[in-house]
Design a protein around this ligand. Sequence first.
Ligand SMILES: C[S@@+](CC[C@H](N)C(=O)[O-])C[C@H]1O[C@@H](n2cnc3c(N)ncnc32)[C@H](O)[C@@H]1O
Length: 216
Amino acid sequence: MNQKSDEKRYIPALSFRWLTPLYDPLLKWIMREETFKRKLVQQANIQPNMKVLDLGCGTGTLTLMLKRAQPETEVTGLDGDPQVLDIAREKSIGTNIQWDEGLASSLPYPDSVFDRVVTSLVIHHLVTDDKRRAFKEIFRVLKPHGELHVLDFGAPHSSLTRFMTSYMRRLEETADNFNGLIPRFVTEAGFGEVKEAQHFVTLFGPLSLWRAVKGV
Ligand SMILES: C[S@@+](CC[C@H](N)C(=O)[O-])C[C@H]1O[C@@H](n2cnc3c(N)ncnc32)[C@H](O)[C@@H]1O
């Protein structure tokens, strides 16, 4: 399958399928994913009986953290890549998380069904048009007053991080992030104010954590 065809357009977790088995160790030991994923879970403030979507869930680490934080929540992990979903299913045996295959730019859900949509390290995998479509889709599937929490590469806050991003800034998918365009795309999709609640520096570049609410 050509992963860049119009039908199935996603970039695997580490860009190449053969690297996918290394994703979890890399994130754990080199990127210290626990630190920022824990912040994301806290910020999402999930309450019992909410419906939560982890968009681009990958191997399911964040999805599992969400479920463990609030076991009474109905949690769904969605990803375009069946290979990562197999890993996620294996890691989550014994929990009742729903794993769905689908694309961010056309979510396989009805309107207004989720209380929270969280997405971590996914938006920088999408070309500009798909980023815009994905935020519109997230807006559509959120309930009124529902919240979006996005963790992804963001605009540098120092000359060191500006230097770190100089190569990735040339790629269409990551340039939007480092050029600070994510809040604009979120607002254009219909959300009110977008807040950058926190930012982190990692070996791969600066990460931002944003929060936006679907107004009525
Ligand atoms: C870097 S991984 C992040 C995985 C996980 N969210 C995390 O934080 O560890 C990016 C994930 O986004 C998925 N992805 C990329 N483009 C996508 C799209 N258009 N629709 C759905 N998933 C997509 C990839 O398959 C991959 O699993």
